[in-house]
Write a protein that binds this ligand. Structure first.
Ligand code: MG
Length: 331
């Protein structure tokens, strides 16, 4: 019995090792540079400190091409597309636009313009307020590639905001596509495109397909013959966080630095050790149970044997009395 209890104590000990002994702190081994501090604008629509202002209501000096006019702090689309003088790769772009208050035309002919990222990939601008057209051509669509997830249009004459998060496509040295362009669009604060992978530049006449091009390109605004107004346009160039691997991943455990691969191997060994320990304990307990059962069996056999002896002894006088009566008794 005592041995059985000892086995249970062993099992309990194995499963209640203090958690602190097993605690580990993973370290990536990458030395990250401190992310630059950017001061936000007074409101989320205002350009933050690292933004390049493309139009602040004063003039269109950041743009070239097209014949667009500026009036009362607003740019009106005119004859010809316009594009930024500067080229961009990965960007965050804020742009506000408004379709004419007076509704003229229908479908694609109503408040049509467009933001062409890198001069090639169009996020559609259209008066899509109660104005049906093909869905992959409505406001917020990537033209002829995908509709937006929702129609978040404000009424004609009201201002819409587009916040566009753009990842430029990457090409291999041989000109093959390495990774496609991706776009996320927040339209009036509502997510309309969520990291959509483009199939290539926008085309009216053929399916989209990639052809190698420069890693940066201008932002182009489309003239589609409809007067669309623009204001408050700014852009931020995106740079991923910078880090350098200075050592292999490791863990801090019990005050020691252990390479992650070694810590994993030790964890595996510990698991295997516990499995073996568990198996041994089970075998020991089984043996103990069997030994106990055997002991009981033998004890029972002994008791039976004793009882039989007693019975035998008790039955002897009876046997004697069962002998032929003595001649005396007959008298
Ligand atoms: Mg358009």
């Amino acid at each position: 019995m005592n041995l059985v209890r000892f086995g249970s104590v062993l099992t309990l000990f194995a499963f209640s090792l203090p958690a602190a002994l097993n605690a580990q702190d993973y370290k990536s081994g990458i030395e990250w540079q401190m992310p630059p501090v950017v001061t936000p604008g007074a409101t989320d629509d205002a350009p933050p400190s690292d933004a390049i202002v493309l139009f602040d209501g004063k003039d269109m000096s950041a743009w070239e091409g097209g014949d667009w006019r500026v009036e009362d702090g607003v740019a009106y689309s005119g004859k010809g597309n316009i594009q930024t003088k500067q080229s961009f790769g990965d960007i965050q772009l804020h742009i506000e636009w408004s379709a004419p208050t007076e509704i003229k035309g229908e479908g694609q002919g109503r408040g049509n313009s467009g933001v062409y990222l890198m001069g090639l990939y169009e996020v559609q601008i259209l008066d899509s307020y109660e104005n049906e057209t093909y869905f992959d051509g409505q406001a917020g669509s990537v033209y002829k590639q995908t509709p937006p997830m929702v129609n978040a249009m404000r009424k004609p004459g009201e201002w819409n905001t587009y916040d566009i998060f753009w990842t430029a496509p990457r090409f291999k040295v041989n000109g093959d596509l390495e990774s496609p362009a991706c776009v996320t669009l927040v339209h009036n604060g509502i997510l309309a495109l969520n990291h959509f992978e483009l199939m290539g530049p926008s085309s009216f006449v053929e399916p989209p397909h990639y052809t190698v091009h420069a890693p940066t390109g201008p932002i182009r605004l489309q003239d589609h013959g409809n007067p669309v107004r623009f204001r408050n346009i700014w852009v931020r160039e995106l740079h991923p966080p910078v880090g350098k691997r200075v050592r292999a991943p490791y863990v801090l455990k019990g005050g020691k630095e252990i390479p992650y691969a070694q810590a994993e191997a030790e964890k595996l060994n510990e698991q295997q050790r516990r499995m073996v320990q568990d198996a041994v304990q089970k075998a020991v307990q089984k043996a103990l149970r069997e030994a106990e059962a055997e002991r009981k069996k033998q004890a029972d056999t002994k008791t039976e044997a004793k009882t039989e002896k007693k019975d035998e002894a008790a039955s002897k006088p009876e046997a004697e009395s069962g002998a032929e009566p003595s001649p005396k008794a007959e008298k």
